[in-house]
Design a binder for this molecule. Sequence first.
Ligand code: SR1
Length: 390
Amino acid sequence: MPYQRLSPKDAALFADKHSDLFGDHSQLTAEQLDTNGLNQVFRVKNNRGTSLIVKQALPEHSGLTQHWPVSLHRAQIEADVLKYQAKICPEYLVEVLFYDQELAALLLEDLSDCAVLRNAFSVGQQPQNIGIHLGRYLAKTSFYSSDFVLTGPVKKARQLQFNNPELCLVTEDLVFTDPYCNHERNSLNFVQVPQVQELWINEALQAEVAQLKADFLAKPQALLHGDLHCGNILVSHEEYKVIGAEFGCYGPIAFDAGTFIASLILNLVTQNPANTTSARPYLSNQIDLFWQEFSTVFSTLMQKETKDQSFQNSLYQQRFLQQLWRDTLGYAGCELIRRTVGWAPAPELQQLTNAGFKLQAQRQLLTLGQDLIMQRQQITVANLLAKLAE
Ligand code: SR1
């Protein structure tokens, strides 16, 4: 069927046609869930309590497609990334039941018992060990898609499969370019926060960001999720699931690690001061747990599962992990800055209603972002946690 925008009724027919889960003679209903305009999402239910999700990429987006050519191919990338990573650790990925290329539509399991992690944080929930689970997810998905395991030809075939130039360009512009000049897309200007202007004139900072951008462009270490923030993680008492993988691509592993750590920091810095006594230590602890788990699992995998003889060298492996931490700090810094001044500011900041507190948070995020980028060769995990406690 050629591309058409699905109606709720079409979504129900699509789900019924491509899954046996509803059984015969089901009475299906479809409701449209909140949409960000980039995709439309339906929940399709039968009268026996079974439900599935239909997610369709839309050709036009009021903001995004004005600035970047973004085709429907992103739905294929999303389906492929979720399926590829689910082969490695199915417990951490939303299940893709079917993908239709013509309609750019995915049929997904319904995780209605789960909450978006960002929303869980905003109502004061503290999902247990989220850092451990995301550390494990990232260690496994990155290791098993990297040169440690894949042969050269297989890895290059994967790089071609996950070639995602359109969405990568969005990241390149929004994360590494716009915040460091007076770009019309930026959401925060120097009149509101004078510190913003420092980003445009600080040549030393711009040189470090250029290095991080160059690595994002030219270091295809592993298959990345590409947008690993707390809006793309679902949690319940028992489950931790990663969704929303349309920014997936081959790139530096530290980009995903940095994005996740930055997302926890954004939640920490924007916590309602009334909650801070327990929320800040909780979030800080999750960052610690995330890095401990990621580095432990990744090291173990390097030692036990590396196929390539050259990369079995333990000194190389130690250096690899040390470099990963430094780059993680750099990408976390870039993410903090772009989510404060850029075109897609953090919802955690946007929802702050107290203007004075918001300004204080914006300043803190800009200072911290620059520190993480500039001091990433020296900052240890303990230093980072101490900075967050200040
Ligand atoms: C809709 S594109 C703007 C930003 O939102 C996504 O979550 C990506 O991070 C992107 O940079």
